[in-house]
Structure formats: structure tokens, C-alpha cells
Design a binder for this molecule. Structure first.
Ligand SMILES: *Cc1c(COP(=O)(O)O)cnc(C)c1O
Length: 338
């Protein structure tokens, strides 16, 4: 099977398994796992932030991040397609007792003007706005990347209104590679950043949350409370170290593959709108005599898996287990579809 359903379907490579096998470990709840400590230091350094915390999943990183930034009854501003709002089990309400002010964004991205308009006035009738969450790349936006100027404008608004700014960077490495931006610039602008290792980076699990020393100290307690303190987690952290050393540069290959497939799709009469392809996610409309379900079934008969995400759109995600040959074959199959 050629699996385009998500970049979470990757399996650890031989080199990654070897890194796990050779990992030095200890009890991370006691702060004594050398591999976890190394990964956390490596990540904090990479983004120019003071400290980092290894978490089992991106959902846990994000929800810990939000919990530490907010108080019950607060309001969190984010795009209405944001993962923290749509796909984390209502965690903002359940875990933090906070509510969301969802903004209709452009492909999942929001603007400084929209943030300003969403900030509640200082009025006892209103919730206390305390946090803005951005997502880069935007998953439901088709892997698009924020303009750096837009991020800076939102940072200014947050500073003026005393709001914290969190980045859900599940696919931040894709954005960095696509735009050539400096990761340390992100560390300067955001109060906290979460990144996923279980997506394009190819690890079986894991995410890292970054912030100031005090912030990560508070986050560490919340991780423990939620049951995310893992003992010899170094076997898993070793996959993150391996990915940082081996899997970042190659993301450009995924982006090229996505563009190649988009080029073939654009020639088909039954394909409508294709979201601009900036990174490893392809979202496109299937119409006319074809529909997303039918399109997915035809491809499945050829051993190719894609995700219908609505009655009109399909999502395909490129990742490190999709070889150039698989991309080539997929293009041929789509080309032959009538
Ligand atoms: C995948 C993802 C997450 C976290 O997902 P986990 O499966 O919990 O690691 C967070 N945000 C975005 C945008 C994602 O795509």
C-alpha cells in the first residue's frame, strides 16, 4: 500500500531503530534520562528557547501549553480550523476550563486585525482573553505557512494587550524547510512552541514543548498530573534525536512530491479547486462524475490510500515512507483515471 492518509503512518527506519537500541536511559520522572535530557536541550537550543519538555503527543504538548498560559474562565483566540480547538477532544474546556473564541481564518491562518477584534474588553460581563494560538503549518489549511510579517503583527498585538502567544508547530519543520526561516526567530517571537516528532520527522511518537525555564517547570508538573511522566522515555527520545540529525533536510523531498502530484491533479476534469501546495499536504476538490469517496475507492484498488475529508474534498499527505517511485506510480494511476 502507498499510504497518503497522514504523515503519522510512518514506521521507524533501520537507523532510527538502531538509535533506540543504543539509547542510554534512566528514569525521566527523576530527570535522569540522558537521552530525554539531550533531546530537550537540543530542541531548546534549536529554537533559541530556554527549556523544553518531551511529551508523548502533540495533543498533550498543546494542552499542557494552554493550561499553563490560562486560568479557568479565560478565553483563547485561535482559528476555527485549529487543531487545538477541533481535534483535541475539547481539551481546552475539559483540561483548562477555558473557552475558545474561534476566528474564521484564511486556510487556517488568522490576522492581527482579527485578533484585535476578538480581544474582549475589560468588562466583568466578559471572559478574560489571555492567549492566542497559531498553527504553522496549518493542517486543515492544506499545509500553508504564515507570512513572517503577519506573525510579527500578531506578536505586537499580544504584547500590547498582555496576551501569551503559543504556536502549535506540529509541522513547524515543514514550514522552516519550505520558507528557509531561522528557527531561532520563532523562539524569540512565541512564548511557547510545540513541535511534533510523530509527523514528518518520522518518529513513532513524541512531541516537544518549549518555553522559558519557569514556564517549562510549570509545564513539567502538568505533564506529570496528566500521566505524561514516562520513565525510560529515552528509548523514544532517541528517535527524536535521530530525526533532528537526519530527517529535517529531506522534508523538501516530500514538498516536491506534493507539488508533482498537484500538477497531475490539475489536468483532470473531475478535480476542482486545489489548495496552493506549500509543504507536504495536498487538499483538493473532487467533483463532476467523481466524488471523494469514489476517488478514494478507485485509488485503493491500485493500492493507494487517500483521505476523503468532506463530501467535496480529499487530503493526501506526503512523508518519508513515500519514495520517488511511489510518487511516480501514484501520478500514473491518477493520470489514467477517467
Ligand atoms: C497532529 C497534530 C497535532 C498533535 O497530534 P498528536 O497526534 O496528538 O501528536 C497538533 N496539531 C496539529 C496541527 C496536528 O496536525
Amino acid at each position: 500500500m502507498i499510504d497518503f492518509r497522514s504523515d503519522t503512518f510512518t514506521k521507524p527506519s533501520h537507523g532510527m531503530l538502531q538509535a533506540m537500541y543504543n539509547a542510554e536511559v534512566g528514569d525521566d520522572v527523576f530527570g535522569e534520562d540522558p537521552s530525554v535530557n539531550k533531546l530537550e536541550a537540543m530542541m531548546a537550543d534549536y529554537f533559541g528557547m530556554e527549556a523544553a519538555l518531551y511529551c508523548p503527543s502533540g495533543t498533550m504538548s498543546n494542552q499542557i501549553a494552554i493550561h499553563v498560559h490560562t486560568r479557568p474562565g479565560d478565553e483563547v483566540i485561535c482559528g476555527q480550523l485549529a487543531h487545538v480547538y477541533l481535534y483535541e477532544g475539547g481539551g481546552i474546556a475539559a483540561t483548562s476550563g477555558a473557552q475558545v473564541y474561534p476566528i474564521p481564518g484564511n486556510r487556517g491562518m488568522i490576522t492581527a486585525d482579527q485578533v484585535v477584534a476578538a480581544i474582549q474588553p475589560d468588562d466583568i460581563h466578559r471572559a478574560n482573553t489571555s492567549l492566542v494560538c497559531l498553527e504553522n503549518t496549518s493542517n486543515r489549511g492544506g499545509g500553508c505557512c504564515y507570512d513572517w510579517q503577519d506573525i510579527l503583527s500578531i506578536r505586537n498585538v499580544c504584547t500590547q494587550h498582555n496576551l501569551a502567544l503559543h504556536l502549535d508547530g506540529a509541522r513547524l519543520f515543514n514550514a522552516l524547510v519550505a520558507t528557509g526561516q531561522d528557527p531561532k526567530a520563532y523562539g524569540q517571537v512565541f512564548d511557547s512552541i510545540s513541535v511534533c516528532l510523530n509527523k514528518g520527522m518520522g518518529c513513532p511518537m513524541g512531541s516537544v514543548l518549549m518555553g522559558s525555564n519557569d514556564y517549562i517547570k510549570a509545564a513539567r508538573r502538568v505533564r506529570k498530573r496528566l500521566g505524561g511522566g514516562m520513565r525510560q522515555a529515552g528509548y523514544m527520545a532517541a528517535t527524536g534525536i535521530y530525526a533532528m540529525e537526519n530527517n529535517i533536510g529531506r522534508l523538501t523531498e516530500d514538498h516536491l512530491h506534493a507539488k508533482k502530484i498537484a500538477g497531475i491533479l490539475a489536468e483532470k476534469s473531475f478535480i476542482g479547486e486545489i489548495y496552493p501546495v506549500e509543504t507536504n499536504i495536498l487538499i483538493f476538490e473532487v467533483k463532476g462524475h467523481m466524488n471523494p469517496q469514489l476517488f478514494a475507492e478507485y485509488l485503493k484498488m491500485e493500492g493507494i490510500l487517500v483521505s476523503p475529508i468532506s463530501s467535496s474534498h480529499v487530503r493526501m499527505v506526503l512523508h518519508l515512507d513515500i519514495t520517488p517511485e511511489m510518487t511516480e506510480r501514484t501520478c500514473k494511476v491518477i493520470e489514467a483515471l477517467k
